[in-house]
Design a protein around this ligand. Sequence first.
Ligand code: PBG
Length: 325
Amino acid sequence: MNIVRRPRRNRNTNSIREMVAETHLSCSQLIHPLFIQEGTKVKTEISSMPDFFRFSPDLALKDLEECLKLGIQNFILFPQIEEKFKDKKASLSYKKNNLYLKMIQSIKKNFPEATIITDVAMDPYSSDGHDGYVENGKILNDETLPILGKMALAQAEAGADILGPSDMMDGRVGYIRDVLDKNGFTDVAIMSYTAKYASSFYGPFRDALGSAPKAGDKKTYQMDFRNAKEAILEAELDFNEGADYLMVKPALTYLDIIQSLKQNFPIPIVAYNVSGEYAMIKAASKLGWLDETKAMVESLLSIKRAGADIIITYFAKNYAKLKLV
Ligand code: PBG
């Protein structure tokens, strides 16, 4: 056969494939989520997230230390709050010395080299289970911003490096930036959940933290999965309001959105490989239907190939253990 161009030549051996590979993912680009709860020596496996745990602060520090040894240095924290401490205004979220703020302080004290990324949203603390303030079944935008501002300030005071508003209220990045700057926290960065879709893939996370909405859904603030242009609008707003990172969430069903933000905005793009995406691979591999490690590596590298600079994933430790790069 006279075939001049044979793409298979560049796939001939493992070393050639390694040499021509376009996409690499290093542990420095991964963020490990830490789910925390009150208590000591508590380690609870999340039933819908096999091999992933919620820890009391002492064991969360151990988990973090294990990550550091594996080369993972960036962490995003989420709290589970007992129902009796929740109220309509999520007031525990900014109360001095709450579980979350104490955790930030103790990580910073014990492991100053670790980057701490927070979650700024009302849902773990809200008796309504919504990310914003609810009145007569409506999630009120402008009434939510001062609450988010107080939460953000408390997290910055506790020593957080990067704040992650995940609430999808309009104007929150600018509002939080202003609060931080007025209080001297000009160095604290904002990783905005910019294109956060109303997704069924958050189910296991809500199980893990008991943070599901008590009534209704999140469709008036999280985005409609049928829309792509809206992601550009959200990104323009967040960029202009001072976001330092733009996040797309979930990741695997939104690779087009990741690519479009990567092409249009000159700041790091983060993808959140969410709980449901983790659960799917875990479930299929438990049934013997998929090779867990191969499916994980393929998913993470695809997210990277689409344009994510940074990936938040429950697989961070598993990936690091492979020592691929
Ligand atoms: C809430 C929040 C959610 C996640 C991160 N922050 C859930 C939601 O919006 O209901 C989901 C993460 C995951 O599923 O892994 N502010």
